[in-house]
Design a protein around this ligand. Structure first.
Ligand code: FMN
Length: 137
């Protein structure tokens, strides 16, 4: 079974309430059963999520997530086969907010001083998320 990594970016739907603890509890429950791991960064307005696992599992999970009305404008950044997981210890790691330290971590990968995931490549975004996850470990 091919190991696949998928990365997307989306905006919180302001007309839908979002209970992050409930969402993460769902992620942990479902993802563990699917052997899917990953990481979710929510800055209060937008989501950046990595899903990694079997190709079929990641694909069907993503198709479910895309239709979730709690977010909008889902942009697929990357979906590819990988040799190893980047977040093997997290059924879904969560990092919330965009404080000064978080901004500093992201800005290592940007040429300007605005954190806009649409302006850098998937590898840079993944490196920033990996750095955040290491700071949390
Ligand atoms: C930004 C975002 C990320 C999500 N990530 C996951 C996820 O990693 N795993 C998951 O099972 N559901 C995730 N969901 C929730 C799914 O869209 C869906 O509500 C959930 O899988 C339904 O699970 P249930 O049938 O067990 O309630 C996410 C939703 C949003 C808005």
């Amino acid at each position: 079974m091919n190991l696949t990594r998928l990365v997307y970016y989306s905006q919180h739907n302001p007309s839908m309430s979002l209970g992050v603890p409930d969402l993460i509890a769902t992620c942990h429950r479902n993802n563990a059963a699917l052997d899917v791991t990953g990481f979710l960064q929510f800055n209060g307005h937008s989501f950046l999520q990595v899903l990694e696992g079997g190709r079929a599992e990641v694909s069907s999970l993503y198709n479910r997530i895309v239709t979730d009305p709690r977010h909008l404008n889902v942009i697929l950044i990357q979906c590819c086969d990988v040799r190893e997981r980047m977040f093997p210890g997290w059924s879904m790691g969560l990092h919330e907010g965009m404080d000064e330290q978080t901004k500093k971590v992201f800005l290592r990968y940007f040429s300007g001083n605005t954190v806009n995931p649409e302006t850098i490549g998937a590898d840079s975004l993944l490196a920033a998320l990996r750095d955040l996850s290491r700071e949390m470990a």
